[in-house]
Design a protein. Structure first.
Ligand code: AMP
Ligand code: MG
Length: 328
């Protein structure tokens, strides 16, 4: 299959035609690129799993263009869920609610709940509007690989496997949406993101953050390897350990690279590095592109620990998975 990469009106019109004919289409959002299909067309949804090589017990998020899109997708919308929707949608958040009866189980991986997201990215919203139906989509990468934040990243993973990539430039936020489960008694964050626990607590009073231990996988995706570059990746506690890891790896001929904040990069001497920028928003926006670049130019990636708090805490949630939890 030939994979087209198109921009603008032409891309959206072609994308909508493909979705209507039961195909999958990659599209930009403010978080990462998604790989979408008509959420009510089971055969089309199955193509997402095939193109990604994704296990079928890992559910997809259903994307809508506006609040009317919620109709038929969910039941029992709690006051808390309404408040979160009101405050944060459109934006980088996914709200888990009880699913409507017509939402196919292949979208929810057999669960009675469904994740709903309303992207703020104008191209995403125009695309969903043009399709005229909710779009089920996970990130548009091959299963376990780094999530895509540009059309080029999608092309690298999906060339030949999907008919169209809608190119909307680089993603502003840069990591996947925050997922909040509003189907439980206490709202629970299943995946941290740019909308932080503190921001959600401001609306909900209290939220539980995911403790890290998966007994019954509530967000089934959490039990899988994720966001992994093709080469070994580790997290360094600080600049000093990054330098030591770099020099050790160099000696072994591993061709290392350090990914770090601007301030740390200044301490690295002539060592190869990728600069993430300084602010939370820059670091979040740049992290996946840095990992993509790292695996291309190096054989060993050392990422600086970026902290546990706020947005950087969410970024580290991804980076620690990229590294398989390995800290040096
Ligand atoms: P991706 O953004 O590629 O990771 O794919 C969507 C993610 O949304 C999955 O990995 C799940 O963790 C999460 N998700 C989607 N629907 C649900 C749901 N009903 N309950 C819990 N998690 C969900
Ligand atoms: Mg993903």
């Amino acid at each position: 299959m030939q994979t087209l990469v198109l921009k603008g009106k032409e891309a959206i019109e072609k994308g909508a035609r493909l979705i209507a004919s039961g195909e999958v289409v990659a599209f930009p959002t403010e978080t990462v690129y998604g790989l979408g299909a008509d959420a009510f067309n089971e055969a089309a949804v199955k193509k997402i799993f095939i193109a990604k090589g994704r296990p079928s017990d890992n559910p997809l998020i259903v994307h809508i263009a506006d609040k009317n899109g919620l109709q038929g997708l969910v039941t029992d919308v709690s006051e808390g869920a309404k408040a979160v929707i009101e405050k944060f949608m459109p934006g980088p958040i996914t709200v888990i609610m009880k699913k409507g009866k017509d939402v196919p189980y292949c979208v929810t991986a057999g669960l009675e709940t469904v994740g709903i997201r309303m992207p703020s990215h104008e191209v995403a919203r125009e695309f969903i509007r043009a399709c005229g139906k909710p779009i089920a989509a996970p990130s548009a990468n091959k299963s376990t690989h780094i999530s895509p934040t540009s059309a080029e990243h999608v092309f690298e993973d999906m060339n030949g496997a999907i008919p169209l990539i809608i190119d909307g430039g680089e993603c502003e936020v840069g990591i996947e949406s925050t997922i909040i489960d509003m189907s439980t008694d206490v709202p629970t964050i299943l995946r941290p993101g740019a909308i932080t626990a503190e921001m959600l607590a401001g609306v909900l009073g209290a939220v539980k953050t995911f403790s890290g231990k998966v007994v019954v996988a509530k967000a089934p995706g959490m039990k899988y390897k994720h966001y992994a570059p093709r080469c070994e990746t580790v997290v360094a506690e600080d600049a000093e350990s990054a330098i030591k890891a770099y020099d050790d790896a160099s000696e072994k001929g591993l061709n290392p690279v350090v990914i770090a904040k601007t301030g740390t990069c200044a301490l690295l001497g002539g060592r190869t590095h990728i600069d993430l920028g300084n602010t939370d928003a820059e670091i979040c926006r740049n992290i996946y592109a840095a990992l993509h670049r790292g695996e291309k130019i190096a054989g060993y990636i050392i990422c600086e620990h970026l902290g546990d708090k706020g947005v950087c805490g969410s970024v580290m949630n991804r980076v620690l998975k990229s590294a398989g939890g390995k800290i040096v």
